[in-house]
Design a protein around this ligand. Structure first.
Ligand code: F6P
Length: 344
């Protein structure tokens, strides 16, 4: 078998570990030929590929980013004036001209949706979920998430000391797109006093009142963790973190500063947890291809690496179910404010 591997969408730590897992298993265990497709689906459109020999897969386990490059090309969402069938037909043509027997799509929600549509058009596809956001339906966790939480937590740890020195409210905005997974986990791991996520409607007046109460109780400082995807007034051009910090300052008079953590959450070497998860996902992907179990996405289900049909995954987001999330429940019992009600 000859298989092609591509990485698409936002990058994250662990993609190279996944490429290594697929490639080494395919070559060593199953005797497959492996090509790397450059810059996501763009590489399939341009037939821009490189042969991936086993020795090229050494030394990339710990490497952040993706050796293949990525792009945000959405083959089924062309520009307005473009024929919607042009790119999918070109991809199918090139897939066959490249002599591919299988295609591995490493990516987030959009990528898995595209993988499903290509699978429905007859390509032999296996999806590998990746994103720091951890918002892909069908898998309990994605690689990239643990590393992003680790980076955000370390940043929050550092904010405690400077907040304490100046007796300030420190607001930190973390990534996560429309989901609050990074904010919730880093907020709890980093000792956040207030954690604001898109899945819980927040009341800025209540948050401000809570922070004032903390100040009146002589709490020296407060840490507010904000997910980038929370609802803020559309007319505000600010980021979520900057908006929340401004509102807190205006309402409480407390000295407040914001940190927008941004792309550092997507950079650098993956944690050991993400390396193992990406390796397991990658190796299992090669097994699925060997067994011709196409049209699936590898997934973590009940703590085990398994698979889920791509047509079940496409276009769905896995958001936090705030009302029965154990971490939120424990946080509330510990007096952490999630922006919707005053802690006891
Ligand atoms: O999906 C990962 C992610 O980092 C999100 O958390 C963030 O909102 C988005 O990508 C940023 O997209 P881009 O890399 O295109 O700026």
């Amino acid at each position: 078998m000859k298989i092609g591997i591509l990485s698409a969408g936002g990058d994250c730590p662990g993609i190279n570990a996944a490429i290594r897992g697929v490639g080494k298993t395919a070559i060593i265990e199953y005797g497959m030929e492996v090509v790397g497709i450059i810059n996501g689906f763009t590489g399939l459109v341009e037939k821009d590929v490189i042969e991936l020999k086993e020795n090229m897969l050494s030394g990339i386990l710990t490497l952040g980013g993706t050796i293949l490059g990525t792009s945000r090309l959405k083959p089924y969402k062309p520009d307005e004036d473009e024929d919607p069938r042009k790119i999918p037909e070109l991809i199918k043509k090139n897939y066959h001209e490249l002599g591919l027997d299988g295609l591995v799509c490493i990516g987030g929600n959009g990528t898995q949706k595209t993988a499903d549509l290509l699978s429905q058009e007859g390509l032999n596809v296996v999806g590998v979920p990746k994103t720091i956001d951890n918002d892909i339906w069908g898998t309990e966790v994605t690689f990239g998430f643990d590393t992003a939480v680790h980076i955000a937590t370390e940043a929050i740890d550092r904010l405690h000391t400077t907040a304490n020195s100046h007796k300030r409210v420190m607001v930190i905005e973390v990534m996560g797109h429309h989901a609050g997974w990074i904010a919730l986990h880093a907020g709890m791991a980093g000792g956040g006093d207030v954690i604001i996520i898109p899945e819980i409607e927040h009341d800025i007046d209540l948050i401000s009142k809570y922070l004032l109460e903390r100040s009146n109780k002589k709490k020296p400082y407060s840490i507010v963790v904000v997910a980038e995807g929370i609802e803020i007034p559309k007319k505000k051009k600010k980021s979520a973190g900057a908006y929340i910090a401004k509102q807190i300052k205006k309402r409480t008079g407390l000295e407040t500063r914001e940190t927008i953590l941004g792309y550092t959450q997507r950079g650098g070497t993956p944690t050991s947890t993400d390396r193992i998860l990406a390796t397991e996902f990658g190796s299992y992907t090669a097994e699925l291809l060997y067994k011709k179990e196409f049209g699936n996405m590898v997934a973590m289900k009940n703590g085990k690496v398994g698979k889920v049909s791509l047509n079940e995954v496409g276009g769905k987001l896995k958001l936090i179910e705030a009302s029965n999330n154990k971490l939120i429940k424990k946080g509330r019992h510990m007096g952490i404010c999630f922006g919707d009600c005053m802690p006891k």
